[in-house]
Design a protein around this ligand. Sequence first.
Ligand code: NDP
Length: 333
Amino acid sequence: TVGWGFIGTSNIAKQWMAAAVRHQPGHEVVAIMSHSLSRAQMYAQDLKIANAYDSFTALLADPAVEVVYISNTNEQHKPAVLAAAKAGKHVFCEKPLALNLADAAEMVSACKQAGVVMATNHHLRNAATHQAIRAEIAAGTVGQVIGVRIFHAIHLPQPLQTWRVNDPKAGGGVVLDVAVHDADVIRYLLAEDPVDVMAYAQTGGMASAVEDGAMTILQMPSGALVQTHESFMVPYAGTGLEVHGTKGSIVARDILTQRPAGTVEVITETGRRQLDIQHHNLYHYSLAQFAQAIAGNGQPAVTGEDGLKSLAIALAMLQSAEQGQRVTIDYPA
Ligand code: NDP
């Protein structure tokens, strides 16, 4: 059995990740930790996890733990990743990896030096919809990509309106929460890394001390422009993504979600064509690839380096919004 230790009694651990680990043949969640032992025990009982701890040091000392999944608040990812690497455990870390690039770079390099696999939990590129869009772009269906528009304005459910909307020290705010995913999507779809960014952010009433809405334009090396809109305060927009090229357009709806859902339509001179998407669970897909990677076959779907790059883009968005200026994205070597 490949034993997983969960660092963080989070909503996502309960809602998606414990089941996703168990869906992987031979993988089991064997331990969980919280800053509060009673909370860890509650989760352990609820999710039928054998061991509960109140520190990551104790969890990492458990010989049954071979992999850690880190999903506590964002400022706590770094110490957990560094300790896991030191203990020789593979790392599956939530996004954003950290609150600044130096920390994220240190985490990636610690895993590399320790010879452990590191993955970042950007789920969207594991969706059949996103994979189909990337394949259409790569096949040249839309010709030269001129522009991409990403609509990711949603309503943050009331129970999640905690550190995300009021705690800058925990890495709250819509940019580190949502736009960082869009940064990964754009790198994946266009297979190139944005060069620079102009962004505006707003604090529209749900959040305090952090932004709850943002609009960004990214410039790609190919010359394509990418426009993104993220919000915590828009209940009825629905999500979507459009790719517009010289020979065609791709219009996708409801695809910026954790659920295996959404539609993709391709429009060219021959007419409109709805893609036949065979949906699959996004987290099952990424864990299958991660399981292969720790067995020595290939890379995780989203590596630590990918997480470092999406963070570089998100931080540049924040800097641009704050300074009212165009920012060239700083990708650590
Ligand atoms: P939660 O807000 O549910 O939990 C985060 C931490 O807050 C927990 O680890 C826990 O600390 C503490 N906590 C939560 N609820 C309570 C409570 N009632 N009482 C005391 N402490 C509490 O986190 P999310 O699931 O919303 O997010 C966790 C991470 O996952 C973040 O990094 C986020 O960005 C990422 N995320 C990623 C998604 C994806 O699809 N990739 C989706 C959602 C989140 P402790 O463990 O010490 O008890």
